[in-house]
Design a binder for this molecule. Structure first.
Ligand code: HC0
Ligand code: SF4
Length: 558
């Protein structure tokens, strides 16, 4: 065993890639802006500098060596860190109290932690410099500290390449190609850049004011649906344990805020399971199709495919996403009941859902089927504004007539969940043991690429599950190279919706807890297969009769 010392204490080296990981392992919160374990090392922010006998070194890019003597908190380092913060603040729009990231900004946090009580240099970025062209995210270049986290996320993990560094020296910025508005760039609205942005330079578009106005209008009936991943994504800001399932409290909070009826998107996911399984079975029977069948529930993936692989759009399932299936069903239900003006709001972990809701394919004569999408972050803001003490709410159940959901619908929120739910539907063995076995057939886990083969009748189904658009691209290249898959699940965000761009930021451990939270919710649900949801039988025999295609399927332009 090899050791080094950190502030005089011997520490064992256990395979850590850099001394930053070691320092954090021993409980020292070394500050960083540009370090994310899932991104490449950039080493630009210099906040993690430490002293070694060789001098000052950036901890993120220094590999541990036996015998090293590391100091993390010397007079020289404290001065150095303060100077960096002061220089960043001099070049930063400092409207903190009205910033979309107020309270969750690393720059604000570190300025407080290091006691920055004045900035000695003139402020060169006093006015916001906004790009509000996207329905998903808002960029403010004057809050950018050039850490490059967004660029590496968009390029390395998502393989989208919508943004990059432009210009040099003091003029350096993060920009789209030719500085076009972000909505005109290859951006797919996944929000992963906003998730890693340490300041308010990229934030989720805020639609809360519009929803408050709706809730204040007594003539409008406002309904809501809550996505699977939201219930496990609230975190400590709402007084919840990481990954704790808060669906009951969420329903209660929405009711308190004035929503008339609240439903669970997992019910919509049950519809998707039935429709997507039928589509796969039909394709298998017909046999002559191009393979694979790609899932269609992630709007950032659909847009990524449209922009980069238009020739594959015929392979993307015609199923609407659970959010849109459910919204169409709710609209139809309101119409047949001759209800007063009704507006539907979806609470999602996802910034791209805002784009999906606004697509013309999901509008009828009455407007968008989902009028507004609020991300988890926006919902947290509204709950706080309402004054409700979330942790003390008494949980409530979702409303009739759509109160039934299954565990299959809940696990949609984590990578592999859609596939597992579809496989439950396809399985001929409906026993509890078969259900358990399926969970161990390669569909679970937070790896970015999972592959499995599942027997179906005479044949074996080759299945791939990818999360993160970079992984999707790599798989598509393999498919183009001749590899065969029958079914491919794609979620744009690494780990699936639990890590959506609209969720509060979470490190890897908390993401694992969120995943665990959804599997636990499945475990305690009485009904675990979508086809056993009694509401499904009722819908197919009633409201959906003759309308399955119109309400549940979509034709994206090829
Ligand atoms: Fe997801 Fe969904 S699982 S995309 O990640 O399919 O946003 O949570 O709501 O629609 O159900 C997001 C989450 C959803 C949809 C569902 C799917
Ligand atoms: Fe890139 Fe996604 Fe950010 Fe768009 S939203 S710039 S695609 S990371």
């Amino acid at each position: 065993q090899e050791f080094l010392t950190i502030d005089g204490i011997p520490v064992a080296i256990e395979g850590e890639k850099n001394i930053l990981e070691l320092i954090r392992k021993v409980g020292i919160k070394l500050p960083t802006f540009c370090y994310h374990s899932e991104l490449s090392i950039y080493g630009a922010c210099r906040m993690c500098m430490v002293e070694t006998p060789r001098g000052m070194e950036a901890a993120c890019s220094t590999p541990p060596k036996a015998g090293m003597d590391i100091r993390t908190n010397t007079e020289r380092l404290r001065k150095y860190r303060k100077m960096i913060l002061e220089l960043l603040l001099a070049n930063h729009c400092r409207d903190c109290t009205t910033c979309g990231n107020n309270g969750s900004c690393k720059l604000q946090d570190l300025a407080m932690r290091f006691g920055i009580d004045r900035v000695r240099f003139p402020n060169t970025a006093a006015e916001p410099k906004l790009d509000e062209s996207s329905v998903s995210i808002v960029r403010d270049q004057n809050k950018c500290i050039l850490c490059g986290d967004c660029v590496r996320m968009c390029n390395e993990v998502q393989n989208v390449g919508a943004i990059d560094f432009a210009h040099r020296g003091a003029k350096m910025t993060i920009s789209t190609a030719f500085e076009v508005p972000i909505a005109e760039s290859p951006c797919v609205g996944c929000g992963q850049c906003a998730a890693v942005c340490p300041t308010g330079a990229i934030v989720v578009k805020n639609d809360t004011a519009r929803v408050w106005a709706l809730l204040d209008d007594p003539d409008v009936k406002v309904t809501a649906q809550i996505a699977p991943a939201v219930r496990v994504g609230l975190g400590k800001e709402m007084g919840m344990e990481p990954g704790e399932n808060a669906i009951g409290k969420l329903v209660a909070a929405l009711k308190h805020m004035g929503f008339d009826e609240v439903y669970d998107t997992s019910t919509g996911a049950d519809l998707t399971v039935l429709e997507e399984s039928n589509e796969l079975l039909r394709r298998l029977e017909e046999g002559e199709h191009d393979w694979p069948l790609f899932t269609s529930c992630c709007p950032a993936w659909v847009q990524f495919c449209e922009k980069n692989y238009p020739e594959l759009m015929g392979n993307v399932s015609t199923c609407k996403s659970p959010m849109e299936m459910f919204a169409a069903v709710i609209r139809e239900n309101n119409r047949t009941a001759g209800r007063r003006k009704a507006v539907h709001v979806a609470i999602m972990p996802c910034t791209a859902k805002k784009f999906e809701a606004a697509r013309s394919e999901f509008c009828s004569g009455e407007g968008q089927d989902v009028e507004y999408v609020l991300t988890t972050q926006e919902l947290i803001r509204m709950v706080k504004e309402s004054g409700v003490v979330f942790s003390e709410l008494v949980p409530e159940a979702v409303d009739m007539p759509f109160a039934y959901k299954t565990g299959a619908g809940v696990i949609f929120g984590v990578t592999g969940g859609v596939t597992e739910a579809v496989l439950r539907r396809l399985a001929s063995d409906k026993s509890a043991t078969a259900l358990k076995t399926l969970a161990f057939q390669g569909v679970r886990g937070l790896e970015g690429v999972k592959e499995t083969t599942v027997p179906y009748g005479e044949r074996n189904l080759r299945i791939a599950i990818v999360s993160g658009l970079g992984n999707a691209s790599a798989l598509i290249e393999r498919i183009r190279g001749g590899e065969h898959y029958d079914f491919v699940e794609v979620m744009a965000c690494p780990n699936g919706c639990i890590s959506g761009g609209g969720q509060p930021f979470a490190h890897a451990e908390e993401q694992a807890e969120r995943s665990e939270g959804l599997y636990k919710a499945d475990q305690v649900s009485r009904i675990k297969r979508s086809e056993e949801n009694p509401l499904m039988m009722e819908l197919y025999g009633g409201l959906l009769k003759g309308k399955v295609h119109e309400l549940l399927h979509v034709e994206y332009p090829l």
